[in-house]
Design a protein around this ligand. Structure first.
Ligand SMILES: Cc1ncc(COP(=O)(O)O)c(C=O)c1O
Length: 444
């Protein structure tokens, strides 16, 4: 019998291997290989989009129609999709109508209907992620979920160590520092190789750090980091950590809808994520995942008197935006109508378009490797080895002021600051060409 998890993995949601095939097919299609043509599309108008067969990352007619589902600004060319994900028009419309409905029905709706509908939505989210509904709780963002996991982690003893890397998210690094201070534990950090050459090299960096600090009890591990876009081999690192009795909290804020994701396959007890980046749900929704084996390691939320045996007692958000939660199905419908693997392939293709050209420009140094397992849509660069904060902010200003290309500077990398570029489904190749043209000029 096929289990739900097996089905999801087969559907291409869960494995990195699933990504390799469409890339290969896409390249074959571009090279005119017989049998690898992109399909003819018939109904790309408003609403549900037709599913594409894998390999259609290059079908610009289709992707123009997908991009047309987004109301994008003409003020700039937005290559900063990494901050948060725009809602596609059908999702925005669902959000408007859900907002009107809950505003009209007010407490009557909230008190009589919401819990039931939210439960069904949690079931769908869990099924899509390949986890149990009871392992998930909705939060308002990844930060809230991760702060709770870190702050309420109760297995850390005085004299033990918590660990994180330079590429982890600053707010989560700070939360780890605060936890360590409160528990009279110490903090150790590691530096991820730049640019990372292989998954094995990254695992080796963690192995060396764990070897050097055998008292480590808790590791913060980011799946797709927000600074360089490197995709970290979470499954391997988690296995390594757990074999030494180290608990792992995975920051998957940039994962879902961006790269193949197998939450339970991480092997970690704790994961925080959001749906307002790459799932394109309305702003203000995330989720906490706790595997049942890890529930005892997380205290209940401050003052919560709920059951110790249920995840709900670990996150106490108070009133959330009902309409945001109610719009999750529309966001998932949109993602599914494009097709997960098609999306991963397309945004990776857009990333490759600029990176391949930028690598040829003297003075442009790309921090993110090209290996299929190590990158999604996000990549970063440094110009003429300049890692200063102000220099990178100035470069971002210049890119937008002179060329109309909007990006963002990122700090906190051991090797220095950089500029991050994130294309999304609403971008087209001409946007990346514009960036490359700008880079040629600024590098000269
Ligand atoms: C790696 C990483 N972790 C956590 C967060 C916080 O996510 P949220 O905005 O959902 O709180 C972000 C946001 O950019 C991120 O990039």
């Amino acid at each position: 019998m096929t289990t739900r998890r097996q089905f999801i993995r087969r559907a291409g949601l869960g494995t990195a291997a699933a990504l390799a095939l469409p890339h290969a097919l896409g390249r074959a299609a571009a090279a005119g290989v017989p049998g690898a043509q992109t399909p003819v599309l018939t109904r790309p108008e408003h609403g549900a989009l037709p599913r594409l067969a894998p390999g259609s990352a290059y079908d610009e007619d289709y992707w123009e129609k997908v991009a047309a589902q987004y109301d994008i600004t003409d003020k700039v060319t937005n290559l900063e999709g990494g901050y948060w994900g725009m809602m596609a028009r059908p999702v925005l419309e669902a959000f408007h109508s859900n907002t009107e409905r809950i505003n009209r029905e007010n407490s009557y709706y909230a008190r009589t209907r919401f819990d039931k509908e939210a439960m069904a939505i949690r079931e769908r989210v869990a099924a899509t992620l390949g986890v149990e509904a009871g392992e998930l709780a909705f939060s308002r963002n990844a930060t809230e979920a991760l702060q709770a996991l870190i702050g309420q982690y109760n297995r850390l003893e005085p004299g033990e160590t918590v660990m994180y890397a330079d590429l982890d998210y600053p707010a989560m690094q700070n939360a780890m520092n605060a936890l360590a201070a409160r528990r009279r534990a110490s903090v150790r950090t590691l530096v991820i190789p730049e640019p990372a050459e292989s998954a094995g090299q990254i695992v080796d960096a963690y192995r060396a750090a764990l070897d050097a600090h055998p008292k480590t009890r808790l590791l913060l591990l980011t799946h797709v980091n927000n600074k360089t876009g490197l995709v970290h081999p979470v499954r391997e690192i988690t296995a390594l950590a757990r074999s030494r009795g180290v608990d792992v909290i995975v920051d998957a804020a940039h994962s879902w809808g961006h790269v193949p994701l197998d939450v339970s396959g991480f092997g970690a007890d704790y994961v925080g994520l959001n749906l307002h980046k790459w799932i394109g749900a309305p702003l203000g929704v995330g989720a906490m995942y706790i595997r049942s084996s890890g529930l005892g390691g997380i205290d209940r939320a401050h003052g919560d008197t709920g059951s110790l045996d249920a995840i709900d007692s670990r996150l106490h958000t108070g009133t959330m935006n009902f309409a945001t939660i109610l719009t999750i199905p529309a966001a998932l419908d949109f993602q599914e109508s494009v097709g997960w693997v098609n999306k991963f392939t397309r945004i990776r293709y857009l990333r490759d378009l600029w990176v391949q050209e930028a690598r040829k420009i003297e003075g442009v140094y790309i921090l993110t490797p090209d290996h299929d397992d190590l990158v999604g849509a996000i990549s970063s660069f440094r110009l003429h080895g300049e890692g200063g904060a102000e220099a990178n902010r100035a470069l971002v200003r210049r890119l937008v002021d002179e060329f109309g290309v909007f990006t963002v500077a990122r700090s906190g990398i051991a090797g220095g600051d950089c500029v991050r570029v994130t294309p999304a489904l609403y971008n087209l190749p001409r946007d990346l060409e514009k960036l490359v043209g700008a880079l040629r000029e600024v590098a000269a």
